[in-house]
Design a protein around this ligand. Structure first.
Ligand code: RP5
Length: 162
């Protein structure tokens, strides 16, 4: 199976990235995590993206806050799908990161999840890899079934709580 590459702009983004790695571990998807900043270590970020396909990656997740150009900068150097996680924080509490990540000009797409959406970023990456991996697709279907059962269990008990 191809790996998921997770790049965070700073180690202060780690709590958000941990939500993604928890999901990837639960699905037994191999991953690699790096701290590469688009502005502090632009060469490392570029080289990672340029070599990602030949290094066995299938999807890249980029987590960054404030003027969050990391996902776009990685996407500029690879045709692998790039999923951006805008991280909360700073004076605008994430609105800056959300717009910086989601508003990519035509030609270089970044699939953007919610602010701090580490779990959904990992699930979206898993769904991409599952296109060519039936065993992984089955795990995702089981996960959906478990979520459905949990909601229906809450539905069954909701009247008793009122
Ligand atoms: C971005 O700036 C990082 O992704 C982080 O979310 C934010 C703050 O970085 P630190 O000042 O905590 O290193 O580059």
């Amino acid at each position: 199976m191809r790996k998921v590459g997770i790049i965070m702009g700073s180690d202060s983004d780690l709590p958000i990235v941990a939500k993604a790695t928890d999901v990837l571990k639960s699905l037994e998807i191999p991953f690699e995590v790096h701290v590469y900043s688009a502005h502090r270590t632009p060469e490392e970020a570029r080289d990672f993206a340029l070599q990602a396909r030949e290094n066995g990656f299938g999807v890249i997740i980029a987590a960054a806050g404030m003027a969050a150009h990391l996902a776009g900068a990685l996407a500029a150097n690879t045709i692998l799908p790039v999923i951006g996680i805008p991280c909360k924080g700073g004076a605008l509490d994430g609105l800056d990161a959300l717009l910086s990540t989601v508003q990519m000009p035509s030609g270089i797409p970044v699939a953007t999840v919610a602010l701090n959406g580490g779990a959904n970023a990992a699930l979206l990456a898993a769904q991409m890899l599952a296109l060519e991996d039936e065993a992984l697709a089955e795990k995702l279907l089981s996960r959906r079934a478990a979520e459905k059962a949990a909601v229906l269990e809450k539905d069954a008990g909701i009247m008793e709580r009122l």
